[in-house]
Ligand binder design. Structure first.
Ligand code: ZN
Length: 93
């Protein structure tokens, strides 16, 4: 395995490592619910960004799911699709 030609001096190593320090993450409080959040991001607690609501929460999400399930349970319209055609063909024969 290759090695560096020369040993790095203490000064050189310390100069390189002078940029390795970690910075504290800046946070802010949500204006509507007071939860701690990162700046320029929507609140995970109430789904608001500034004064706008950008995320559907609670009943809106439940309504969406219910709408999807009721749509799937409805029977297919007659005369459309391969299954409906098959049934009519059998009746004729
Ligand atoms: Zn909030």
């Amino acid at each position: 395995m290759p090695l560096p030609s020369f040993r790095s001096s203490r000064s050189k190593v310390r100069r390189r490592r002078s940029h390795h320090a970690l910075k504290a993450v800046s946070t802010m409080q949500c204006a509507s619910c007071g939860a701690t959040l990162l700046p320029h991001r929507a609140c995970k607690n109430c789904g608001k960004y500034g004064d706008r609501s950008v995320k559907k929460t609670g009943m809106e999400e439940v309504k969406k799911v219910l709408k999807k399930t009721t749509k799937a349970e409805k029977p297919a319209k007659e005369g459309k699709g391969p299954k409906a055609q098959k049934v009519t063909d059998e009746k004729q024969a």
